[in-house]
Design a protein around this ligand. Sequence first.
Ligand code: IVH
Length: 708
Amino acid sequence: MRKKPARPLERPAPEALSAAEAEAELAFLAAEIARHDRLYYLESAPQVSDAEYDALRRRNEAIERRFPALVRPDSPSARIGAAPAAGFAKVRHRRPMLSLENAFAEEEVRAFFAGVRAFFRREADLALVAPERIEIMAEPKIDGLSASLRYEEGRLVLAATRGDGVVGEEVTANIRTLESVPERLLQEGWPKAIEIRGEVYMEKKGFLVLNGQRAAAGEPPFANPRNAAAGSLRQLDPAVTAGRPLRFFAYAWGESSAPFARTHEEALCRLRDWGFAVNPFSRLCRGVEAALLFYREIAAERASLPYDIDGVVYKVNDLALEERLGMVSRAPRSALAHKFPAEKALTILRDIVIQVGRQGSLTPVAILEPITVGGVVVGRASLHNEDEIARKDLRIGDAVLVERAGDVIPQIVAVVRERRPQESEPFHFPDHCPVCGSLAVREEGAVVRRCTGGLICPAQAVERLRHFVGRDSFDIEGLGEKHIAEFWKDGLIRTPGDIFRLDPARIGTREGWGALSAKNLAAAIDGRRALSLDRFINALGIPQIGQATARLLARRYRSYALWRRELERAAEGDSEAEARLLDIHGIGKDMAADLIGFFAEPHNRAILDDLEGEIEVRDYEAPAAAASALAGKTIVFTGTLSSMSRSEAKARAEALGGSVASSVSGRTDLVVAGADPGSKAAKAALLGVKILDEEAWLALAAEPGRDP
Ligand code: IVH
């Protein structure tokens, strides 16, 4: 609450202002409101009452209504009613916040730990990870949202949500309002700088009380404690967060200026010493079967826990092994989420709609009579493809069993035949695109049917543009699917380059838009005129080339210019350029064909030419660039290493910022030759490529690395 009593505003009414006076007044109000925001939110020392503050805002709005041309880019009105995401500063995580691989069946868990074992080679290592001996920290998987809290000199200095794992939202002021988050670390022995990671969640009791309050105030209820926690943390006004019963469990850490534990168990003890809540049920288990026993016990107690959990997380306890295991795509090889079984519910299939993807694929989606499955309202389910519909003989009007497992898209698992309406008919999958009417064909052996409309199909064009501005690509806020579809229809955006030529004056006069929102959009677009090569490649939406592959390509070619030159050469039939592409570890024949196919199309090259005039593609920087001798280098392994498996060697090279290739060429920087190396080593010697033996490799691999 702002404290002091209201003081009437003694300034001319908005109607009485000249344009020059209005301009000065808007400047004054922007500064004044920002000052009160700061006093209120950050310093907790308000100088005006709520009423007086509101009067300032209302006055600002009234003047803006009279003089729309004078709306300032930093206008306070831009900050209300905006999507919450637009209001948070972005934070780049110093170490990515990873996700976890999921398992549902016990067999999958056993297979996962067999995979952990297969990663190692030396007897001593193998003994540590044998299924009956491996130390596994098993923890309840809290159903909330993860956050990363940075402490410097023992003080909380920055808090961020996970976001996409690489960039999150800054929520420091909000996190400070949580009682279970220490402002200063207790005791001593903490690293000078450390990021504590854990889950922000809401207890079931607090959730029910909150929803009761919301109902009384005529506000919509939250669907479940997780949504309530997320909605409560992501509040522009930390005072709102402060009023919500949020809690925090610490269970991991990101960057740390110094090591502080040898095992996960020890680390959890330290976190507790420093003042964090650590889940009391977490248990160190010896062997995979003991971990599975923990899972069964927790599953049985699940309902009686004060908060929602959606499974168990297993972590290799030994941190040295964890470090060596590294990660695959965005998940560590050393940890696994064992989810509770999916929840099921019966409902009616109301309709089947066909979505057209950016490559023209026709995907059926089930429209359901909304139903709550495991605390979440489900109205749509994935139907995969037309064979799936035929196989299950799904018909509109059918009673269907819907299953939802964790955050996985709901699925229809069965049809209740006995309840089928008499007049129902088998579903006919369309053979024409429902959007552009072009023929939709299914190639031999393919499971998907594709619209042949290509460039004339609005659905494909809109989907491609949507991908282009999406979170993992250009990440342009405020340009959603609806806007793209409208702009496309009216010819304002037809190609990616058009996005950067949008004229705010023309947008501002459209229905649903104003000068301010158009200006904000233009500013969001301008803010994204430079991006890194990996994001750029991903943005192009080339078939099969997603985020992970885009990163592999960026890592190898580094610069946009080289990437384009090499692929154009390959598209012109230069077999060496093609061989260099295929040489990248992780790029298969099919992917290479799609990439080359993309460059073979003149209109794709025209799109690139056009974009080059609008944006800047920054060279890819390997995350370990500064630290490692392998950063940006191409490395080839040959022969057998006695100390580590090939997978560990590759993982290590990548963690150090290197790129692993399968054959030796003029572009190879380094060859690591184990026992019985064969022709690759010979070729390296011929080409004068540096060759390391196992010992030299181990010395190099011992360098401190970073997550790629
Ligand atoms: S460890 C490498 N431990 O589950 C990832 N995660 O599905 C580090 N979660 O994003 C996470 N309880 O939000 C870990 N005891 C626990 C957890 C936990 C809940 C969440 C977390 C993570 C998600 C992955």
